[in-house]
Design a protein around this ligand. Structure first.
Ligand code: NAP
Length: 278
């Protein structure tokens, strides 16, 4: 049986190593492959998942939303989040799920992170959506979504607001917001999540410039969705801020996907070791 990662780019991903180690540990005859796809190739790639030797797929940047109309059914979690990161084939039907939300909640639980008042999320794509849903579920009083496309941030907020009734959702322009606004916002922020790809090999650097990074309040948890220590994580640690890269989130979202494909509890420790080693 086969599973794969659909996205562009995909070859940086630790998911094949992590999932193949899990299949091997449980002696499940399946393999996880890289399935790179440009936007124009997405319909054909999704159609190929209907083959009887396919368990399903993961979906990553930039297709987590575009994939939704190509599927037969969307789970409640994926509907609420407005993004799909896991597809399961059940007979002839393709079902879209979102395991990024539980991935982030579990990663924060693992470090004993308690509830928060205020959060800032950078980016307005699939990971940002999952982060909004996760942090609202953990009781955030207010979440501000900062993106380079203000329209995308606004759309995200307006769409998710009905699902986050006890959380004030705000949006802003990642690039244009003035220093004094950042100062006021970051002074009361407990957790800052980078859900942009800035920090990956193809998009080096930090999503916030040094002057803004210096405004992050002491004690703020800086969470990176990218699965290694990016310049943002290093800059946060240099300022003695607690910081978490995206590896624990990856392992937990992958574990949830593994269970959806196989109906087996995931071997979490095996997956963590394999992801760390990649
Ligand atoms: P996505 O849906 O494509 O969204 C990316 C967001 O970042 C968009 O708002 C995009 O804005 C913005 N962005 C892109 N390049 C930027 C730049 N140079 N400066 C500022 N903003 C930029 O991608 P995604 O699926 O949310 O993934 C985002 C990151 O999270 C990726 O690095 C991915 O690998 C990681 N991730 C990790 C996990 C995990 O388990 N650890 C899970 C999910 C995602 P535009 O719309 O303007 O392009």
């Amino acid at each position: 049986m086969r599973v794969g990662l659909i996205g562009d780019p995909v070859t940086h991903s630790k998911s094949p190593a992590m999932q193949n180690a899990a299949f091997a540990a449980l002696q499940i005859p399946a393999r996880y492959e890289y399935w790179p796809a440009l936007a124009a190739e997405l319909p054909e790639r999704i159609a190929s998942l209907r083959a009887t030797d396919v368990l399903g797929a993961n979906v990553t940047i930039p297709h987590k939303r575009a994939v939704m109309p190509l599927l037969d059914e969307i789970s409640e979690e994926a509907r609420v989040t407005g993004a799909v990161n896991t597809i399961v084939r059940r007979e002839a039907r393709l079902i879209g799920h979102n395991t990024d939300v539980t991935g982030l909640v579990a990663a924060l639980a693992e470090i004993g992170w308690q509830g928060m008042e205020q959060a800032v999320i950078l980016g307005a794509g699939g990971a940002a959506r999952a982060a909004v849903v996760a942090l609202a579920r953990l009781g955030a009083g207010a979440i501000c979504v900062m993106a380079r496309s203000v329209r995308a941030a606004q759309d995200l907020v307006l769409e998710l607001a009905p699902e986050a009734r006890h959380t004030s959702l705000l949006w802003g322009d990642l690039a244009a917001t003035e220093r004094h606004v950042w100062r006021r916002m970051l002074a009361g922020t407990d957790i800052l999540v980078n859900a942009t790809p800035v920090g990956m090999a193809h998009a080096p650097g930090t999503p916030l410039d040094d002057a803004v990074l210096n405004l992050i309040a002491a004690g703020t948890l800086v969470v990176e969705c990218i699965t290694h220590d990016t310049p943002l994580v290093r800059a946060a640690r240099a300022r003695e801020l607690p910081a978490l890269n995206g590896l624990p989130m990856l392992v937990h979202q992958g574990a949830a996907a593994f269970t959806l494909w196989t109906n087996h509890p995931a071997p979490l420790d095996v997956m963590r070791v394999a992801a760390q080693a990649r």
